[in-house]
Every structure is written in C-alpha cells, then in structure tokens.
Design a protein around this ligand. Structure first.
Ligand SMILES: [Zn+2]
Length: 150
C-alpha cells in the first residue's frame, strides 16, 4: 500500500491529531458501525477502531489504549507511518481538505486581532473556510509529536 488512508469512527480528537500530522483521515460519528466498516473496506482505508471483536478484519487497526498519546504512538509505530515534517499542518483538522497558505493581509479581518503582526503563518481551508496559524497551541502539539519522535 502506498500512502495509507484512514477512517476514524467516533474518536474525534484522534482524527484531528492525525490530520494535523498530514494524514488523510475521514471522520465519521453518526453512521452505524457496519456501514463504516463496509465503507472503509471498499475505499481501501484503514479503520481505526477501539472495538475488540473487529480486530481480525484485515483493514481494521485495533487500538489497545484509551489514552490519546498512546493511541497516536501505537498508530505511528504499528503502521510504520513515516511522518514528514513538511506534511505537518498541511491538512484541515476540521474537514481533511488540504490547506493553502495565505498572506496575513488577505485574512486579517477573519482572525482575532491579537494573532496579527506576530509573524505567524496562516493557512486557509478552501472547503470549510477555517483559518489556521502557528500560535501557542502549536508549541504544545510539537512537544507531543517530539515525544513520539515525529
Ligand atoms: Zn476545512
């Protein structure tokens, strides 16, 4: 398999973190489990699941832990994911679309005043319109990734 792609069911924080790492992650929470399993199989996506009895299905990656950091570590190591630094923060954590870099000037009316003129980069999602920048939360995330040798 070349680039691994994923479906995450009802583990919203995990889906967000994986997208921040640049991974292609569809998130589903309202569908029934059987539909999600079938969809993931058909779409050649790995379904990341906490449901133990499903773990024998070949396209299911079973998470041992309830802890978010441990889950992340298990996924990155267990699936031998190569996380490229260049891919960090390239995907919209809300909708999985690829982000585009934008100039502060273009979006200054759409973001809080206090994040402007700080030298941050800004990226915008052309699908849902969300804007991201490398504020303080990025430091916390980078520490988290560092622990995982990402
Ligand atoms: Zn988006």
């Amino acid at each position: 398999m070349k680039d691994k792609r994923f479906v995450v069911y009802r583990l919203r924080k995990l889906a967000i973190l994986l997208r921040i790492l640049g991974l292609d992650v569809l998130y589903s929470q309202n569908e029934d489990y059987i539909s999600v399993i079938n969809f993931a199989g058909r779409a050649h996506r790995i379904l990341i699941s906490r449901v133990k009895f499903l773990r024998k299905l070949p396209w299911i990656f079973y998470l041992i832990s309830n802890d978010l950091d441990e889950q992340l570590e298990q996924i990155v190591k267990g699936l031998e994911l190569k996380i490229e630094k260049n891919n960090l923060f390239t995907r919209c954590s809300a909708c999985n679309n690829l982000l585009q870099e934008v100039q502060e000037e273009e979006i200054k009316n759409e973001v809080p005043n206090d994040v402007c003129r700080k030298g941050y980069w800004f990226k915008k999602c052309s699908n849902c319109g969300k804007i991201f920048w490398n504020g303080n939360h990025m430091i916390t995330l980078k520490e988290k990734f560092k622990k995982l040798n990402i």
